[in-house]
Design a protein around this ligand. Structure first.
Ligand SMILES: O=C(O)CCC(=O)C(=O)O
Ligand SMILES: [Fe+2]
Length: 199
């Protein structure tokens, strides 16, 4: 008898120079659409300004930083807000599925296809050497682009409603990742990236 359906399995995605795994549906007590609605409604979203090549830009998405530790990200110092009960439930599900612990959370709200995230690696020193980053998505499916820094090989992973992607090992050294804009009509998407900030 097969006790597991494939959506319960944290399935490795074969990749060189890093470790990637995808869980199709993170088990939660609420449905994905309800979680999305609550995250959109309950979060104190900010449009942050970043400085690139000496010029000020509004980030093409909304963000919020929660958890126990402050974080410096693209030159921004983000003071954390405490975890909400819903975030704590999602964090517990992520910790059970991955066997890792997390103390910080960056939320990203992509309102439509015009919102995006530029290619980057999550390699800030406070994340430690080979960080585990767990990325949970609700709402519209968007393509997560991975690009190898040396070979330039590109890989796309569709991050669908309720999924969790785990990046570990040397992923942040060898690969950058991001979310492109799309002209396809897409609904809202909220992504939560759980991290562990070393004290
Ligand atoms: O929205 C996503 O799936 C990517 C988020 C991300 O890379 C980040 O928050 O560092
Ligand atoms: Fe990232």
């Amino acid at each position: 008898m097969n006790l597991f359906t494939s959506s319960d399995i944290l399935a490795p995605i074969p990749i060189e120079d890093g470790e990637l795994a995808l869980l199709a549906q993170l088990p939660l007590s609420l449905g994905n659409d309800e979680v999305l609605a609550r995250l959109v409604g309950e979060t104190n979203w900010k449009a942050e300004t970043i400085t690139l090549w000496g010029k000020q830009h509004l980030q093409p998405r909304l963000t919020a930083w929660h958890g126990d530790m402050a974080y410096t990200y693209s030159g921004l110092r983000l003071e954390p807000q405490p975890f909400t009960p819903l975030q704590l439930e999602i964090k517990a599900a992520v910790e059970a599925a991955t066997g890792r612990r997390f103390n910080s959370l960056l939320l990203n709200y992509y309102r439509d296809g015009r919102d995006s995230m530029g290619m980057h690696s999550d390699d800030e020193p406070e994340l430690g050497r080979n960080p585990a980053i767990a990325s949970v998505s609700f709402g519209a499916t968007r393509s997560f682009i991975l690009r190898h820094r040396v070979t330039k090989r590109t890989l796309k992973v569709a991050l669908s409603n309720g999924s969790m992607l785990l990046m570990v090992g040397s992923m942040q050294h060898f690969w950058s990742h991001g979310i492109n804009k799309t002209t396809r009509p897409v609904g809202p998407r909220v992504n939560l990236t759980f991290r562990y900030i070393v004290e």
